[in-house]
Design a protein around this ligand. Sequence first.
Ligand SMILES: [Zn+2]
Length: 267
Amino acid sequence: MALDTGGDTSLLLGSTDVPPVWEDNAAGGSPFLLTCDHYGRLTPQSLGDLGLPASELTRHIAWDIGIAGVAESLSRQLGAHLIAQRYSRLVIDCNRPPDAPSSIPRISEATVIPGNEGLAREAAALRRRAVFDPYHRRISEVIDRRLRDAVPTVLVSLHSFTAVYAGIARPWHIGTLYHRDTRLPPLLLKLLRDEPDLVVGDNEPYAVSDETDYTIPVHGEARGLMNSGIEIRQDLIADRAGQQQWAERLARIFGEIETMLRARGLL
Ligand SMILES: [Zn+2]
């Protein structure tokens, strides 16, 4: 699709594109602040389909399949503020430092992304200004306000992972992702491992690092918040029933965690 920005190259999102940030339960009273970096798979009209067939734009390379339904239901059940990002991570990955090579991937898994090849520095900066910056600015604003108002805040970053990556099947149903926080991740791991039917990954299938992640290092660790990422296997949350089941399970577990954190004086 041809570029259609009315000749104004400072615009990525046009009048028919939705804003990147989507929120739910902003007034919720839960200490858990939910983020969802890979919630959506939209592409701005000006970028068309990035040169990809629909079959690629619905795959895990474009977004975290199933996590939107889990995040919305979990947000409602906990009364937790959810901040989500609606554009595809193939436009710009909102959980990568913007200077990382994987921020706007030229190849994802084995798929070449034609719309990202040979991208000019200005075009990359435009995607950052239009999608990445508003999302992270909003998370920062919400954390600022909560800290100012002395509202207890625990950051939980929600993701999903493909069951098979580069031909390798993954055994975990769910994984925790963390780096520097020593308060929340052990509790979350313990309660997940108490569930008899789950294979739980400890920093599997991914671990958090400053080089490969953004949301947890910047909004969780640098702000001194308790935090963890969660990764749920996509085949378990491919339909509404699965999304609802996992949201209910996580709501129960986070309810127990809230009680434990309060008992320890951490909330
Ligand atoms: Zn993700």
